[in-house]
Structure formats: structure tokens, C-alpha cells
Design a protein around this ligand. Structure first.
Ligand code: EPU
Length: 415
């Protein structure tokens, strides 16, 4: 098994370029099957989640041509067959094939998706949405058979603004008969990116990015070229790295508006940030002030940056409180941060971080993607060497993370 080795205490300088958004790309790739012709998606990050989704497409008979960060997908010869469990459980986003295949063929057979173990992550809102469109859902031993004679537009209210349910329902509704309205939809930028992709193919979606999305069904979707937006979570992770150990680190290719909650929190604790049109420049302060954070759906503070920012909060004076409201089990990094010398207490869905703490290098374990990012950030400031095991999770979601951090002057390698 590969490990990440980080020698802490080095100043980060220079600039890095942010890649395309994982959580956008992993929906765009399955969404491409809705098209009857070839589509090109640009700026797709080279992460293992991309490989896993391409594998599903190829298994179904689509032609996938990857040239660096561009992917050409031709689904015209696709065969709509069961997606086996061993490939669907590799990642959460495999379940976007549910919406896409149901939307196109009115039938899909696949298993419960995988993904980071950060909560139970049920798919009931998605399934209820499919049912509202007229589909029947059968489930046995984790296998789902979802089919409809025809899909008909409907009004759907989501009990929670779920990203996955919002995208999956859009995918199923774009080729349905009539109009679908999703109320209490998730507003994440990745949803806007997916809706734009579908509209580029000829879909009629309005309101993506707000909590009411309207989809007028169309009978056919055609060829298009589309670009993945910059990854706000990857950007946030490097911004935090620079806030921990940076001197005038320039983070390029960002959409600052997507990072507003993080930027405002960092300013509150004293981090120096200069914002440009599509970049920001970050320096660590001499002293960090404490803050409190509560995760929320966009535009609230993203749950995906909760674990990374916790590492920084170990350096703030006083007691910082972080509340996780999206997932029940997203504090698995805490055991390892404490092993490295942090003083963090878990109280239900909240953590109390008493700082500042001097961190020291340790042997730790990446339980999930963002927990892994949190440990890398801790390793950058720790005294001595940090060894992170189980790094496959990290490589699922961060393109060239070792190269990017090395370019900034970090001492990090994979062994
Ligand atoms: N939920 C339900 N029922 C559902 C759907 C969701 O109870 O049918 C609950 C979930 O259990 C969770 C909450 O609602 O507690 C939010 O789930 P959501 O559907 O919004 O999340 P997701 O679509 O499974 C995506 C990202 C996550 C990110 C969330 C933010 C992908 C592949 N994953 O997950 O990304 O945390 O949205 O809400 O896009 C990551 O990148 O590290 C990551 C976990």
C-alpha cells in the first residue's frame, strides 16, 4: 500500500493552478449518456474517480477517449445493462448513472453506490424523485431495478437540499414528458455546471443555482463541448495550506464567489488574503484568532472543507467550535489530529478545538478523502515527519496533489 510522507515546517511560496471540480466532473461524465451523439468535456481532473466512471461507461459500450484533461464520450452504441456491484461501489457518483440511464432508457439496473464512509448516505430523496416522475423502484440485496413505461414531469419537494438528489432528478427529468419543478433544490455551483452542460446539449433547465429548478422535457439531446468549473474544494484546501504555512502563495484559476464563506472565515481569524478576478494570494498571519464554524449547503460553509479547516483551527487561540450538520460521521480525522498533538474534543455533531497546539509528525490513517486532506495540512505544520496511510482516498479526489504541494515548496512524497 502506498503512503504519503510529509516533512513538516517548510514555508510555502509560489503559485499553483486549481483543477476542474471533482464533484462536477463526476456528474458530467454519467450525464453524457443522455446525449445521442458525441460530447467533449474539458478540464476534467485526472483523479481515480474519473477512471472509475470511464470504466462504467466503457463497460456499457460507450467510447471514451481521454486526452489529458479532455474527455470525448460517444454513447451512441451504449447497451443499457446491469452495472455490477464491484464497479458501482467504487464511488458515490456511480449513482448518477441511475438518473442518466433512467432518463434515456426508462430503465436502470444497478447497485447501491460506494463513496467515503462519512455517514449512512441513503438515496431515498433520489428514489422518491424518480417515483414522482412515474418510475417503479424495486430493491433486493442492495440491487435496484428502476423502470418506467414513461417518465412524466412532476412537482418534487426535497426534504433536504441534497446535491445528489437534485442532480439525479434533473438527469431523469430532462427527457421526460412535460415540466418538472424541484423545490428546495441544492444550490451548489456543481449543479449549475451540470445544468449548463445539459442545456448545451439542448435541454431546457432554468433556475439551477437557486432552490427552485424547472426542467421542461425534450425528446433529444445533441453534441456539445463543455468545460468543468474550477474545484472550489481543492482551491479551499490549498488556500488553507497557504493560511497555515504560506507566504504570498498565489492560487490561480478559482471563482472567488464560490469560496466566499471560507474566505470570510479566514479573514475573521486573521489570515491575509488578496482577491483577484480569478486568483487569490494568501499569507499566514503571526497569530490566529479563534472562530466558530457550522457546515451548511451552498452558499454556507461547505462540509467538504470542515475537516481541512479543523487542522488550521488547532492553531487559533482559545476554543473554536465546529458543527457538522450535513454528515453524521465526518470527524474521523480527529483521532489522528489528537495523536499529532491537537486538543480536540468531540461532542455529538460538534467539536471543540482548544488552541494553539504544537503538532508533531506521527503515523496516521486517511479514513476518507477530506480526512486525508486534513492530515496532509496538519503534516505541513507539524514538527518532524508525518506518514499517512490509506492514501487511495486522497488520490480519488485531488489531482497531482504531491506535485502541486511540492511546487509550493512542501517536502512531500509518495512511497
Ligand atoms: N441524504 C439523504 N437522502 C438522500 C440524499 C441525501 O438523507 O436521498 C442526506 C445524506 O445522507 C447527507 C445529506 O443528505 O447527510 C447531504 O447529502 P447530499 O446528497 O447533498 O450529498 P451527496 O450528493 O451524496 C455530494 C458530494 C459530497 C458533498 C455533498 C455536499 C459528490 C460525488 N459528492 O454528495 O462530496 O459532501 O454533496 O452536500 O458530488 C467530497 O467531495 O468529499 C464529498 C463527500
Amino acid at each position: 500500500m502506498r503512503k504519503l510522507i510529509i516533512e513538516g515546517g517548510h514555508l510555502l511560496k509560489g503559485s499553483i493552478r486549481i483543477s476542474g471540480a471533482k464533484n462536477s466532473a463526476v456528474a458530467l461524465i454519467p450525464a453524457s449518456v443522455l446525449c445521442d451523439e458525441k460530447v467533449t468535456i474539458a478540464n476534467v481532473p485526472d483523479i481515480t474517480d474519473r477512471t472509475a466512471l470511464s470504466e462504467i461507461l466503457e463497460y456499457l459500450g460507450a467510447k471514451v477517449d481521454v486526452k489529458e484533461n479532455n474527455i470525448e464520450i460517444d454513447s451512441s452504441q451504449l447497451i443499457n445493462k446491469e452495472i455490477p456491484e464491484n464497479i458501482s461501489k467504487k464511488l458515490r457518483a456511480s449513482y448518477y448513472f441511475m438518473g442518466a440511464l433512467l432518463g434515456k432508457y426508462k430503465k436502470v439496473e444497478m447497485y447501491f453506490p460506494g463513496g467515503c464512509s462519512i455517514g449512512t448516505r441513503p438515496i431515498n430523496f433520489t428514489l422518491n424523485g424518480f417515483k414522482a416522475l412515474g418510475a417503479k423502484v424495486k430493491e433486493k440485496n442492495n440491487k435496484y431495478i428502476i423502470e418506467a413505461k414513461k417518465l412524466k414531469g412532476s412537482n418534487i419537494y426535497l426534504d433536504f437540499p441534497s446535491v445528489g438528489a437534485t442532480i439525479n432528478i434533473i438527469l431523469a427529468a430532462v427527457r421526460a414528458e412535460g415540466e418538472t419543478i424541484i423545490e428546495n433544490a441544492a444550490r451548489e455551483p456543481e449543479i449549475v455546471n451540470v445544468a449548463t452542460f445539459l442545456n448545451n446539449m439542448g435541454a431546457k433547465i432554468i433556475g439551477a443555482g437557486t432552490s427552485e429548478i424547472k426542467i421542461k422535457g425534450v425528446s433529444k439531446l445533441g453534441s456539445c463541448f463543455h468545460e468543468v468549473i474550477p474545484d472550489r474544494i481543492e482551491a479551499g484546501t490549498y488556500i488553507i495550506a497557504a493560511a497555515i504555512a504560506g507566504k504570498k502563495v498565489k492560487i490561480e484559476n478559482i471563482i472567488p464567489e464560490h469560496l466566499e464563506s471560507l474566505i470570510l472565515k479566514l479573514k475573521e481569524i486573521g489570515v491575509k488574503i488578496e482577491i483577484g478576478a480569478d486568483y487569490c494570494v494568501i499569507s499566514k498571519p503571526n497569530k490566529y484568532k479563534k472562530t466558530n464554524i457550522k457546515t451548511q449547503g451552498y452558499p454556507g460553509f461547505p462540509t467538504d472543507l470542515q475537516q481541512p479547516i479543523t487542522s488550521l483551527l488547532t492553531q487559533c487561540y482559545g476554543i473554536n467550535i465546529v458543527e457538522e450538520t450535513i454528515y453524521e460521521n465526518r470527524f474521523k480525522n480527529i483521532e489522528f489530529l489528537n495523536k499529532m498533538g491537537a486538543n480536540i474534543e468531540i461532542q455529538g455533531q460538534k467539536i471543540l478545538i482548544k488552541g494553539p497546539s504544537k503538532l508533531k509528525g506521527e503515523s496516521v490513517f486517511a479514513t476518507d478523502l477530506r480526512a486525508g486532506a486534513s492530515l496532509i495540512l496538519a503534516g505541513l505544520m507539524a514538527e518532524g515527519t508525518t506518514t499517512i496511510e490509506n492514501i487511495e482516498h486522497i488520490l480519488r479526489g485531488y489531482e497531482n496533489i504531491v506535485e502541486k504541494l511540492s511546487d509550493l515548496g512542501a517536502k512531500i512524497k509518495i512511497e
